[in-house]
Design a protein around this ligand. Structure first.
Ligand code: PRP
Ligand code: URA
Ligand code: MG
Length: 211
């Protein structure tokens, strides 16, 4: 399903696993494992249109022109902390990818994103960058993440999340209309504390067991 630059991944495995993650009594171990599994499935979807080039190879039988991914190595860009939950699954598909760590936390009062760490390959201008964070709530964190990557020259950014609020999609698309979104679901709304409803709670705390 696709709604103007938002790709909702409706694959039954993704939907089933997402429902498991929403359950409030699911263990930290299980939450982390499933997030990783969904990371791989979403990674498969977000790379669906990567360009290929024909390269000469030799099979044991004959020479042939075989398709391989064209261009420079991709960059995976998790927003700390919860974005790291997608990383192993994505790396299983793209083991040579470069990694950009983006340290942001959401101020609980203002809901603004506060930057505390950024380390990325120097020049991102000719790399596809997959920005990832399970939660798109107000959109402030994802917007800040995309801006930091653009400041490093990134021109082909794709944003992957697990759950998106309509408010976050609107904010992200107004600031970064050039960045398509992949998500497993679009939920109803945000509550008064900026949490996604029905959502799954605090992704970072559930993943790392910090509550
Ligand atoms: O769209 P937003 O309103 O910005 O909210 C989403 C952000 O909130 C959570 O991070 P949090 O700030 O809780 O940090 P953590 O991952 O370190 O727990 C989540 O992982 C996103 O980064
Ligand atoms: O619902 C939400 C909103 C922001 N961050 C989370 O982890 N969960
Ligand atoms: Mg958190």
């Amino acid at each position: 399903m696709s709604i103007s630059n938002v790709n909702v991944v409706v694959h039954p495995l993704v939907q089933h696993k997402l429902s498991l993650m929403r359950e409030k009594d699911r263990s930290t171990k299980s939450f982390r494992e499933i997030l990783n599994e969904i990371g791989m499935l979403l990674g498969y979807e977000v790379t669906r249109d990567l360009p290929l080039e024909l390269v000469e190879i030799e099979t044991p039988i004959a020479a042939m022109q075989a398709p391989k991914i064209a261009g420079k190595k991709l960059t995976l860009a998790p927003i700390l902390r919860a974005g790291v939950g997608f990383l192993d699954g994505m790396l299983a598909l793209m083991p040579s990818a470069r990694i950009a760590h983006i340290g942001l936390y959401r101020d609980p009062e203002t809901l603004q994103a506060v930057e505390y760490y950024f380390k990325a390959p120097q020049d991102l201008s000719d790399r596809t960058v997959i920005l990832m964070d399970p939660m798109l709530a107000t959109g402030n964190s994802a917007c800040a993440g995309a801006s930091l990557l653009k400041a490093r020259g990134a021109r082909d950014i794709r944003f992957v999340c697990l759950l998106a609020a309509p408010e976050g999609i609107a904010k992200f698309q107004s600031e970064h209309p050039d960045v398509p979104i992949w998500t497993a679901a679009i939920d109803e709304r945000l509550n008064d504390h900026g949490y996604i409803v029905p959502g799954l709670g605090d992704a970072g705390d559930r993943m790392f067991g910090t509550k």
